[in-house]
Design a binder for this molecule. Structure first.
Ligand code: SF4
Length: 579
């Protein structure tokens, strides 16, 4: 029988509750967004005692479903002021699911400035003082924690960025090698965890009963269908594009499309794109050897295995993982075409506890403000050191793209609702721009990855410049909310968009676990229900249509090489969810 673990940081209690009927068919984002909508006042201060932080494994997380070790982390975002779900792939989530814990809800805040850890086992949850881990890098404290609690536990933690309550602080989880590298990065949820005085949650799955599966036959049928689809699609199969080159296989593709934001979204092509691409990462692994690995899984049971460990020239570890968004944010967006520098910056972000997208956007905004030259890697490292030390400048940068741009007087701030844009230029790919504009999460490509049909000819083949995409944008957001609820990595979308059997398998897996009779038709309904709750929360928090807009400079500044501006009519944006 699964339970909800409620952790109150005001009186330091941790109690298990029965799962209310209304939450029984939910998991992942569906559960975090519903609980936040039900329990959090949308007008509360995100860092105050009335905000909550919810950790929820997906519906199938902890089972043998392929590529399903995701955890959703939800709360009111200090970065956007709206509802937030950020998710990560990690064994931590699989352990939580196997312990029969449907969600961990963290609420209240300590009266004194103090730091605590939480140790969750099959016997219950206990607090322990965590002051000794404060002020240190995550790469220093993770080995200590694994030595103390055992190699097989999972760890969720915040770095010094979360301790300083920064808007670009993520929540960090262990990867398959117990590295602090998998992030629920976006929206500053690490700052919410910091505001609760909760430094880390250690989960021990020893003796866990496992995930209850109501209809094993149906679950197995779905699991096989999805696994077959993942193993046969060119993007997701072993030896396929993502497995061989990681998500950074997109660098050359998006650059070629003229949509690779460069030097704070001034250009759509970067002359040094190839030097920071997935192909170059694979070359580093091959020629430098040592620990270098492409095709690395972030958690057990992933078929796609798009992660990587990038080596230094001497074969020691430089960084893991350098994703597409990371190499873009810390590379092209800052004008840096040196993968070794990108690797150093990535390792720093992982150590400090930062969202790499927001970090790259903020560094570029600082460069725009004249604090450093575009392309100056040493200066970029220096700016991240300011963040690590929590200097006044570091604190300003740490508050994220929109906030830092305001303080620094930068007009060209590439953010929506305060959150920095990811690695696709809205002026050159209209559907993803629409997604950034209307997402409940601020500028977020994972809200609805329309890049699949707009650039990759996956699940359709759309003209990147066509502005008539309201239906596509809406449906991608609904389907994505379902995938985020299921507990699967969003990258399964490539396979299930093209292989119907795989899509059916996804639904059957979920129905198998829950004992429902869902069909593919239910995916849109369930996704819509989740989006409707998130939209209602944001409206109650004070958001209006005026917040669903792309930054003004993109309307009058032409983006080379296509010399395009943002020209999607506001009415089109407003119509997406009206339908
Ligand atoms: S596809 Fe990549 S990001 Fe997704 S779960 Fe697998 S390794 Fe992690």
């Amino acid at each position: 029988m699964s339970k909800i673990l409620r952790v109150n940081m005001s009186d330091r209690t941790a109690v298990y509750e029965d799962v209310p009927e209304k939450y029984k068919l939910l998991g992942g984002r569906g559960l975090t967004s519903t609980m936040i909508s039900d329990e959090v006042d949308p007008t509360c201060h995100p860092l105050g005692p009335n905000n909550k932080l919810v950790f929820a494994p997906g519906i199938v997380t902890g089972t043998t479903a392929p590529t399903s070790g995701r955890v959703s982390v939800g709360g009111k975002s200090p970065l956007t002021g709206g509802i937030k779900e950020a998710n990560a792939g990690t064994g931590w989530s699989q352990l939580v699911g196997r312990l029969g814990v449907k969600a961990i809800v963290v609420e209240g805040s300590p009266k004194e400035s103090e730091w605590w850890g939480l140790h969750v086992t099959k016997n219950g949850a206990e607090f322990f003082p965590a002051g000794d881990y404060v002020g240190k890098g995550l790469s220093e404290i993770f080995p200590d924690l694994f030595e103390r609690f055992g190699e097989k536990v999972g760890i969720a933690a915040i770095g010094v960025a979360g301790e300083h309550r920064m808007g670009m602080a993520g929540v960090c989880f262990d990867d398959i090698d117990n590295r602090p590298s998998r992030y629920a990065g976006r929206g500053g949820l690490g700052a919410v965890m910091g505001s609760k005085g909760l430094k880390l949650i250690v989960v021990d799955g020893a003796g866990a009963p496992g995930v209850e599966i109501a209809n094993k036959e149906l679950f197995d049928q779905g699991r096989k269908k999805l696994a077959n689809a993942l193993r046969s699609h060119d993007l997701t199969k072993p030896g396929g594009a993502l497995n061989s080159y990681g998500t950074a296989v997109l660098v050359n593709v998006i650059n070629e499309a003229g949509a690779f934001p460069t030097r704070n979204f001034r250009e759509g092509r970067f002359e040094d794109a190839a030097k920071i691409s997935g192909e170059t990462m694979a070359e580093y692994c091959k020629t430098r050897g040592g620990v270098g690995t492409m095709g690395h899984p972030c958690h057990p049971g992933c078929i796609i295995q798009c992660s990587n460990v990038i080596p230094n020239p001497d074969g020691t570890e430089m960084a893991s993982c350098i994703e597409y968004e990371t190499t873009w944010a810390l590379g092209a967006n800052c004008g840096i075409g040196d993968l070794d520098v990108v690797g150093k910056l990535t390792a720093m972000c992982n150590d400090i506890g930062l969202d790499t997208i927001e970090a790259g956007d903020v560094i570029a905004v600082a460069m725009e403000a004249g604090l450093a030259e575009f392309g100056d890697g040493d200066a970029a490292i220096g700016l991240l050191e300011e963040v690590r030390k929590g200097t006044p400048l570091g604190r300003i940068l740490g508050q994220g793209t929109g906030a830092a741009a305001k303080v620094l007087g930068v007009v060209r701030s590439p953010d929506v609702k305060g959150q920095g844009m990811p690695a696709y230029e809205p002026r050159a790919i209209k559907g993803i721009g629409m997604t950034y504009a209307i997402s409940t999460m601020g500028a977020d490509h994972t809200s609805g990855y329309t890049i699949a049909p707009e650039i990759l000819a996956c699940g359709g083949d759309l003209d990147q410049f066509d502005v008539d995409k309201a239906d596509v944008v809406r449906n991608f957001q609904y389907a994505t909310a379902f995938i985020d609820t299921s507990g699967h990595c969003l990258f399964i979308a490539f396979a299930i968009l093209d292989i119907v059997d795989g899509f059916e398998g996804l639904v059957e897996e979920c129905s198998g676990v829950l004992g429902t009779n869902w069909t593919m038709d239910d995916v849109g309904r369930i996704g819509k229900e989740i989006l409707d709750r998130e939209l209602a929360f944001n409206r109650a928090a004070g958001f209006t249509k005026a917040d669903d807009r792309i930054p003004e400079f993109m309307k009058y500044e032409k983006l080379p090489p296509h010399n395009v501006v943002w020209d999607v009519p506001d009415e089109t944006l407003d119509a997406v969810f009206r339908a």
